[in-house]
Ligand binder design. Structure first.
Ligand code: ADP
Ligand code: ZN
Length: 732
């Protein structure tokens, strides 16, 4: 982009990219006073005005006399060249149209509005003259924000009350109203504050990362080490080096629940909290972060995957913690993997990337093996904590009744922990009460109206829920198929049912359930996690929510209820995922002085994956898995793209699928094969039929260009949709 002009005089033709669903930028005339490249503007489109970015000189090919003029230049710093290059490359890699990429980069409200004062509300000192439910909800909402102020609309929405309820409370001094400037900078972080004294392997790793950051060049490091080995402590030193250089840093985390403990650690290290970006952040705060990141008023952002698209002024470091986590892959809209896009963005801004994990993805492991990534390994757990001993419990010899899942040996082990004042975790990676509801009279299983999926019973919510589309309905009394009453029965376990069993078997124990459905806000969840960590429960029953990054110092036993669960199905990554998840969950035990034990209930104790988990031979597992994938020519030793077609009309989807399969010359030219069309594993979602094709291409081939040529032959009519998923993670 170096030889394009940076300023366009009034009346010059410019290409403006908007977030409207078009193929790319449209031509306009520069407004009075001209316009900078990258400027955020407002432009007329049909009867409306839309936000856009000046993407470059006009593309031509349209009668100049008919061109419309950019209507306003917004008061926001222009988008940097680096960001435009990133959006173009990321769009080209994922085959996502540019407008959709721009949408990712502008996810903050009222971007163009000038910073002004506005009224905000927080908890005051008074008590209300009269307690009502609505008033109590307002106060609860404010308490939950822990001192952070909210706007009137945010507060009334959170509390589910009208604004007059809030105003009434303001009059009584129960809620305080303040004028607050918008978009203030975040408190300064001080990288010169001392770190904890590091252990030897930590110190060595930190030194390597500090030097890498100081180089001011691009590079990626895989930081590997078991949970509790002190990786976070190490990469915070890389953050310190980056901030000391005056550059910005971004730490990506897979789940918002992770950040509670994390933010406190950042504050302890740097003397102030970083900016926090995720779906739970208010619109006001989003806007502030977006602006402050762009103007240098935020040094460090801790966020979910979409934080990668913030307009950093000078991004010097991206940390991707738990880099193997599948939540880094966005599965709707623009299908990107934040881990891969972090590497792309860093290579454009001369930044360093740190990929941290106890159980790296095979992709990253292979990149390190191939020498593309630097590898740092922390070998021991910090301090005295030892890795838990792992054992399998062979369930073939257990004679459990049909509605029980906790084996005798596991129950006995749990009982011992409770007696010692320690904690036990019962892990089952399945939300809800029971995965299947069946009619004992006719055998009918209750399914979703819109999807080919079973409705999952959630007793806590008192509803049946479709885990595909979110459809919910009350649990019926009468079978919808045979009309017989009182014969519907829950089959199979979910965490809620496991908790019920635990309550029955350990009536004296305090039992906490950790599953995302049971908490309406991230803050509630964080509070529950903190209370468990302080010893507020004897038994924790949880889903994979507990597998991630929380410290439970008293936890010394992990019982995996169904270690075979992830091994079912034909997913390419089934083995890898099970290996990672089991090791992560096991890693929850014995983090402090007390050693831990992990017991895996399994019906296949001789399965190679189960054996690899138990033996702890990680390198052996990766090498074996790598050999299998290499032999099969699948990622990371080959390339893949998934094509998902959908329509309400099943015939139309298959017709298009067959036409694609028959006209695949563009793919043959790069030596790629096409599989399908086949019904997607979930063949109907939200009433739309889904058909899948899978493209397998040799490593190093120009997959994107070939796929674009191939699917570009067809015009989609009516409600037909086609989505391309480069490097698919799952095969829904
Ligand atoms: P990981 O990120 O590998 O899971 P952490 O960095 O979270 O490991 O470290 C695990 C625990 O050990 C944390 O409670 C952390 O505060 C503590 N810890 C790690 N390194 C040190 C150190 N050098 N000094 C004191 N405590 C440390
Ligand atoms: Zn559904």
């Amino acid at each position: 982009m170096n030889d394009t002009p940076s300023h366009f005089p009034e009346g010059a033709r410019v290409a403006v990219l908007t977030t409207q669903p078009l193929d790319g930028p449209l031509d306009y005339l520069a407004p009075e006073g001209g316009v900078m490249i990258g400027a955020f503007v407002e432009a007329p489109l049909g009867p409306r005005k839309v936000m856009g970015v000046v993407w470059g000189p006009g593309l031509g090919g349209f009668d100049a006399s008919k061109l419309r003029r950019v209507s306003a230049v917004l008061d926001v710093p222009p988008m940097r060249d680096e960001m435009r290059a990133f959006l173009e490359k990321a769009g080209a890699y994922t085959l996502t149209p540019l407008p959709a990429m721009l949408r990712l980069a502008t996810r903050a409200p009222a971007l163009g509005q000038p910073p002004s004062k506005r009224k905000v509300y927080r908890r005051g000192t008074g008590r209300p003259d009269r307690e009502t439910g609505a008033r109590a909800r307002v106060m609860a909402a404010l308490d939950e924000m822990g001192g952070l102020a909210l706007t009137l609309s945010e507060l009334s929405q959170m509390a589910g009350v009208t604004s007059s309820v809030v105003k009434g409370l303001v009059k009584q001094g129960v809620v305080a109203e303040e004028e607050s400037p918008r978009d203030t900078p975040y408190p300064r972080l001080d990288p010169a504050l001392p770190s904890k004294p590091l252990a030897e392997d930590q110190a060595e790793a930190a030194e390597v990362l500090r030097n890498a950051v100081a180089s001011g060049r691009y590079g990626t490091t895989l930081l590997k080490g078991v949970t509790g080995s002190g990786k976070t402590e190490v990469y915070l030193e890389a953050v310190a080096a980056c901030l000391a250089k005056g550059r910005q840093a971004l730490v990506l985390l897979p789940e918002i629940a992770l950040s509670a403990e994390f933010l406190t650690r950042v504050e302890a290290r740097f003397g102030a909290k970083p900016a926090e970006w995720h779906s739970g952040v208010t619109q006001t705060e989003r806007r502030r972060i977006w602006h402050m990141v762009g103007s240098g008023g935020a040094q460090l952002v801790v966020g979910a995957r979409s934080a990668l698209f913030l307009p950093f002024q000078d991004l010097g470091l991206v940390v991707v913690d738990e880099e193997h986590d599948s939540s880094y892959k966005q599965e709707e809209g623009a299908l990107y993997n934040a881990r891969d896009m972090a590497v792309l963005r860093a290579s454009i801004t001369d930044a360093q990337v740190v990929l941290a994990s106890a159980t790296p993805s095979l992709e990253s492991w292979a990149n390190a093996e191939a020498g593309k990534y630097r590898r740092l390994t922390l070998t021991s757990r910090f301090g005295t904590a030892a890795l838990p001993e792992m054992k399998s419990l062979d369930m073939r010899g257990e004679d459990l009744p049909a509605d029980r899942w906790i084996s005798e040996p596991l129950a006995a082990a749990a009982r011992r922990r409770i007696e010692n004042g320690e904690q036990a975790l019962l892990f089952l990676n399945r939300r809800g009460y029971a995965p299947v509801t069946i009619c004992r009279a006719c055998g009918h299983q209750i399914g979703c109206k819109h999807c080919d999926a079973r409705m999952v019973e959630h007793r806590f919510l008192k509803r049946l829920v479709c885990h595909q589309c979110g459809e919910t309905e009350p649990r019926p009394e009468v079978c919808p198929s045979c009309d017989v009453e009182g014969k519907l029965a829950a089959v199979g376990p979910g965490v809620e049912r496991l908790a019920e069993e635990a309550r029955a078997r350990f009536p004296e124990a305090r039992i906490a359930v950790l599953s995302s459905d049971m908490y309406t806000t991230a803050r509630q969840l964080k509070a529950e996690i903190a209370s468990i960590a302080e010893g507020g429960a004897d038994i924790i029953v949880g889903t994979q929510l507990v597998a991630k990054g929380h410290n439970f110092p008293l936890l010394t036993l992990v019982g995996v209820i169904d270690a075979d669960l992830g091994l079912q199905g034909s997913d390419l990554r089934a083995a890898e995922r099970t290996f990672q998840l089991m090791r992560q969950v096991a890693g929850r035990a014995g983090r402090a002085e007390k050693p831990g034990v992990a017991l895996l209930q399994t019906y296949q104790p001789d399965h190679p994956v189960i054996r690899a988990i138990l033996s702890g031979d990680e390198e052996g597992f990766w090498r074996a898995e790598a050999r299998e994938r290499e032999a099969a020519g699948v990622p990371p030793y080959g390339r893949m793209a998934g094509i998902i077609l959908s329509s309400e009309d099943v015939q139309k989807v298959f017709d298009l699928g067959n036409a694609l399969a028959r006209n695949a010359g563009a793919l043959r030219r790069i030596g790629a094969d096409v599989y399908g069309p086949a019904p997607a594993p979930i063949a109907r979602v939200r009433g739309r039929h889904r058909v899948r094709l899978l493209v397998k291409a040799p490593k190093g081939s120009a997959l994107q260009a070939a796929v674009a040529d191939w699917v570009g032959q067809f015009r989609l009519k009516g409600d037909l949709r086609l989505a391309v998923d480069i490097d698919p993670q799952s095969f829904f």
